[in-house]
Design a protein around this ligand. Structure first.
Ligand code: UD2
Ligand code: MN
Length: 353
C-alpha cells in the first residue's frame, strides 16, 4: 500500500512538472512572437505581394550587378585620353650614329615594346595610326640603320604605327612605286591605317619634330638632305619620304605600276595629286632634314629611260594604272620583331610592242 501511495505522489508531481513545462513553452512562444513584433509591423504596411516585389527587386538588383560585372569584363577597358598634340617626349635635332658593328639583335633589345613591327603608346590613345612602307631589295645595312633610328623616333611621337618592308623577290628590274602600292594594299589587310608613309630605306630623319602624321593635304617630309646641302631639289619634288592619308592615296589611284628602274615615279605621284586639286605641304626646312646613307646606284635599278614620256601621259593613264590595276603575288609575310616583311613577286616590265 505504501508503495502504491508513493507512486501516486510521483505521478501527481509529474503532472505538475508536465504542466510547468507546457507553461514555459507557451511563455517562450509568446516571447518569440513579441521579438518579431517590430519587423512584423514594418511588413504589415506592405502586402505579401509587395514583400515578394521587394525580394524580386533585390534579386533584379543582384542580377543587374552580375550582368554589369560580366559586361565590365567583356568590354574594352575605358578608353585612354588622346595623346597630347605636342608630344612631351620630342627632342628636336638628333645626333645620328651609323655604327658598322650594329646588329639587328641589338636594335631588337632596345625596342622590346615593339611587337611584330607594331607599337602603340601605353598611356594615351595615339592621334593617328600610321603604316610606314619601305620598298626594299639588297639594302640590309640601310634597313638596320633605319630601324635603329626610326623606332625610338616614332615612339617619341606617340604614334600607333607599324613598319612594313616590301621586299621585291627575284632579280627583275626594281619597281619602287609598285612595291609601295603593294605595301598599301597589304597593310590595309592588317588594320585600317589612317596614314601611310612612303619611305626610302636609306633616309634617316634628323629631327623628331618632323611628324610622321598625315595632314589635310599630301605631305612631303624631305625638304633637304645631307647630300644636297639640305636644299629642296626642285619645286615639285615629292620623292624620298611622303605621307598620304588612306583617302588621299586612294583618290589618286596610288602610284603608277609602270615605272621600272630609277626615276620618275615620284613626279608621277605629284602630278596625280595636282590632278585631284590637292596641294603638297611640307614641314619647315630646319625640321624636314634627312641623312641619306651613302650608296651607289643598285644593279637592277638602272635609269628608266621612258620616264619623261610616261610623265607626259600621266593625266591620261592615272585612272587605269595604279591601285586598281596592281597585280602581284605575295610570296611570304614574315612578322619579325621589328617589321613585317612582305616578299612579293611583282612581275617584270611589259615588253614594248
Ligand atoms: C631618289 C628618291 C627616291 C626615288 C628615286 C627614283 C630621294 C631622297 N629619293 O632616290 O624616292 O624617287 O630617286 O626612283 O630623292 N631600293 C632598294 N633596292 C634597290 C633599289 C632601290 O631597296 O636595289 C629602294 C630603297 O628603298 C631606296 C629607294 O628604292 O632608298 C630609292 O632608290 P635609290 O635610293 O637608289 O634612289 P635615289 O637615292 O636616287
Ligand atoms: Mn637613295
Amino acid at each position: 500500500m505504501a508503495v502504491f501511495s508513493s507512486m501516486l505522489k510521483i505521478i501527481r508531481k509529474g503532472k505538475c512538472l508536465f504542466l510547468l513545462l507546457l507553461c514555459l513553452c507557451v511563455v517562450a512562444w509568446i516571447a518569440t512572437f513579441s521579438n518579431d513584433g517590430p519587423v512584423k509591423s514594418v511588413q504589415e504596411g506592405s502586402s505579401p505581394l509587395d514583400g515578394q516585389h521587394a525580394e524580386g527587386f533585390h534579386r533584379l538588383e543582384l542580377e543587374s550587378e552580375m550582368v554589369q560585372s560580366i559586361e565590365e569584363r567583356v568590354e574594352e577597358p575605358p578608353t585612354k585620353e588622346s595623346c597630347p598634340e605636342n608630344s612631351p617626349l620630342l627632342r628636336g635635332s638628333l645626333k645620328l650614329t651609323f655604327e658598322p658593328s650594329l646588329t639587328l639583335e641589338q636594335v631588337e633589345i632596345e625596342n622590346a615594346e615593339v611587337v611584330e613591327g607594331q607599337y602603340k603608346p601605353s598611356d594615351c590613345t595615339a592621334r593617328q595610326s600610321v603604316a610606314i612602307l619601305i620598298p626594299h631589295r639588297n639594302r640590309e645595312k640601310h634597313l638596320l640603320y633605319l630601324l635603329y633610328h626610326l623606332h625610338p623616333f616614332l615612339q617619341r611621337q606617340q604614334l600607333h604605327y607599324a613598319v612594313y618592308v616590301i621586299h621585291q623577290a627575284g632579280d627583275a628590274t626594281f619597281n619602287r612605286a609598285k612595291l609601295l602600292n603593294v605595301g598599301y594594299l597589304e597593310a590595309l589587310k592588317d588594320y585600317n591605317w589612317d596614314c601611310f608613309i612612303f619611305h626610302d630605306v636609306d633616309l634617316v630623319p634628323e629631327n623628331d619634330h618632323n611628324l610622321y602624321m598625315c595632314a589635310k593635304q599630301p605631305k612631303h617630309l624631305v625638304v633637304g638632305r645631307n647630300s644636297t646641302g639640305y636644299k629642296l631639289r626642285y619645286k615639285g619634288y615629292f620623292g624620298g619620304v611622303s605621307a598620304m592619308t588612306k583617302d588621299q592615296f586612294h583618290k589618286v589611284n596610288g602610284f603608277p605600276n609602270s615605272y621600272w628602274g630609277w626615276g620618275g615615279e615620284d613626279d608621277d605621284l605629284r602630278i596625280r595629286v595636282q590632278l585631284q586639286k590637292m596641294a603638297i605641304v611640307r614641314p619647315p626646312p630646319e625640321v624636314a632634314r634627312y641623312t641619306m646613307v651613302f650608296h651607289n646606284r643598285d644593279s637592277g635599278n638602272q635609269v628608266n629611260k621612258d620616264r619623261m614620256q610616261l610623265l607626259r601621259r600621266t593625266h591620261q593613264t592615272w585612272k587605269n594604272d595604279g591601285l586598281n590595276s596592281c597585280s602581284y603575288k605575295v610570296m611570304s609575310v614574315h612578322r619579325a620583331p621589328l617589321y613585317i616583311n612582305v616578299t612579293v613577286d611583282i612581275g617584270q616590265p611589259e615588253q614594248a610592242h
